[in-house]
Design a protein around this ligand. Structure first.
Ligand SMILES: Nc1ncnc2c1ncn2[C@@H]1O[C@H](COP(=O)(O)OP(=O)(O)OP(=O)(O)O)[C@@H](O)[C@H]1O
Ligand SMILES: [Mg+2]
Length: 511
């Protein structure tokens, strides 16, 4: 329970619900009204009672605009969201209630809604939808009698295609299991539909109910409760209007069964239990960050790196996302001054929502022909010894460039594994010098290392995070090494490949 004193209005509502619940449990008859004083689950017979004051406040309040009810499995997050929806509908507000897709809606949010929704609140001709045997085959609307004598509409369904939700103007929205969305697109679309105040000026509000996940959900809500915002975080205006409330699986055992959380823990790893039961923000993947910290990359910033000249032999690496959603290019050369080191000489990333229109085709995807022409100019103007690329994605482009440069596919199997490990060693040894290019730094920060019996591979930490430039750097760095003069110094100071820990100690990154 929180120590913060309750808002007096909420304290009164809470006391009233408790008193009614008590008298009902002692056998008092329930008054037949359209909207009951408290909500009762038809299946379990339980009466909705918030698990703590913060939940009570969040369910009762119409502000702030963005609310995340983050909870463990079976912690009661959907239930809290549903009760909040019902409270808005009875006051005459129109809303949207969605799951990430229709199958998920049918199996999770809708059956729970059926249990809590008072049948008489729905217009007579639609009440059959609350029968346990009824399930939707597509998105649908439900109409409610309001306490003011009007009708309120709830649009229900799955939001796998957010564009399908352009249309209704509503006052509130509830997105269940928001963590399943790969990006914030669903939130953005839904937020755009919240255009009208409810009766008595009820402000628009979006409620997300979800288990935590360190994807976009974390970017939007991760620091909301601590209010420790990163300077320059573009989401600060959002975060200032957002609230986060956490529900624990253990706290809802009164409505599931005693010992549920401990039983469930038996089949989970520690990490899984922290996320799925204790609702903590944590990365669930097995992979670890590619670099022990981005600081190690920042330490490779070379303020004195001379501008590239036509005398610097360079290797260019190209990598593209599977659906033409990004394209990366890196050129590296041996470092002009430091033997044994290499220099990042060119970095370029083309991403559809960041490039000018000339790079896009009619569908809004990257037009590789325009990019190819720019690469052609680069090859003609500089001393490019070789271009390496991912055969699967860029075969056609490579053919087009083969008249002006040596073009070689870079095996994404064995060679990539060796190259990725090699790149990590080089960076840990402080041997990849660069000029601080922001996009490359970001892609390295987005990169995880997946380590298994085959080796180490650079992978994306999240589906929507770009790592093309990290992959390019890996392919280019490996390919240039035969041109990098070897030096004795690294051996003498103990900086042999694979001994990155020496460097980490030097920089105080580890003890
Ligand atoms: N505050 C509450 N009062 C009474 N019953 C509750 C309450 N919260 C949840 N329940 C009941 O507990 C069970 C689990 O709740 P719910 O489905 O909302 O949890 P959840 O966190 O959404 O679970 P999941 O992880 O499966 O989506 C349901 O039977 C629900 O009716
Ligand atoms: Mg749920």
């Amino acid at each position: 329970m929180s120590d913060t004193p309750l808002d007096p209005k909420i304290a009164i509502v809470k006391a009233r619900v408790d008193a009614l619940a008590r008298s009902y449990q002692m056998g008092a008859p329930i008054l037949e009204t359209i909207w009951p004083s408290f909500y009762q689950n038809k299946k379990t017979g339980k009466i909705y009672r918030p698990h703590h004051d913060l939940e009570a406040e969040a369910v009762a309040n119409d502000e702030p605009r963005y609310l995340l009810l983050k909870g463990g499995e079976g912690s009661g997050k959907s239930c809290a969201g549903i009760v909040k929806d019902l409270n808005k509908l009875r006051r005459g507000c129109d809303g949207i209630m969605v799951s990430p897709d229709l199958p998920h809606f049918k199996k999770s949010l809708w059956p729970e809604f059926q249990q809590w929704c008072p049948p008489k609140a729905i217009v007579a001709e639609e009440r059959y939808k609350l029968e346990p045997t009824w399930e939707p085959s597509q998105g649908f609307a439900l109409h409610f009698h309001t306490e003011l004598g009007g009708i309120a509409t709830l649009y229900c369904g799955g939001i796998d295609d957010p564009t399908g939700w352009h249309g209704p103007n509503v006052n509130f929205a509830h997105m269940d299991e928001a963590h399943r969305h790969p990006t914030a697109d669903g939130l953005k679309t839904i937020d755009g539909r919240l255009r009208i105040p409810g009766p008595s000026n009820v402000p628009p509000q979006v409620t997300l109910t979800s288990t935590p996940k360190k994807n976009w959900l974390y970017e939007y809500f991760g620091e909301v409760d601590t209010k420790k915002f990163r300077p320059k975080d573009p989401l600060i205006p959002f975060k200032l209007r957002a609230k986060l409330v956490t529900l624990l699986t253990k706290d809802n055992e009164v409505n599931t069964f005693a010992g549920y959380a401990d039983d469930r823990r038996l089949t989970l790893t520690e990490k899984e239990a922290r996320v799925l039961l204790d609702a903590e923000w944590e990365d669930m993947s097995d992979s670890t960050p590619f670099l022990p910290g981005i600081l190690i990359w920042d330490k490779c910033l070379d303020f004195a790196l001379p501008n590239p000249t036509v005398y610097d032999p360079m290797i260019v690496a190209l990598d593209a996302g599977v659906t033409n959603d990004s394209f990366g290019l890196i050129a590296v050369s041996p470092h002009p001054l430091l033997p044994g080191c290499l220099a990042v000489q060119a970095v370029h990333a083309w991403v559809p929502d960041q490039v000018s229109e000339k790079y896009l085709d009619a569908q809004g995807a990257l037009d590789f022909r325009i990019i190819r022409d720019e690469i052609r100019t680069l090859i003609e103007d500089w001393n490019i010894i070789k271009v390496v690329y991912d055969r699967h994605e860029l075969h056609l482009m490579a053919q087009d460039l083969s008249d002006i440069a040596l073009i070689e596919p870079f095996s994404q199997q064995t060679s990539r594994l060796i190259a990725d490990k090699h790149l990590r060693d080089l960076i840990l040894q402080h041997r990849v010098l660069h000029r601080g290019e922001e996009q490359l730094r970001q892609h390295l920060e987005n990169a995880d290392a997946k380590i298994d019996d085959k080796g180490l591979r650079i992978v994306k930490r999240e589906a929507n995070k770009k790592i093309d430039l990290a992959v390019c750097l890996s392919m280019a760095s490996y390919s240039i090494m035969e041109f990098v003069p070897k030096v004795e110094g690294y051996v003498a100071t103990g900086m042999k490949p694979g001994q990155g820990t020496v460097i980490q100690q030097l920089y105080g990154l580890i003890n």
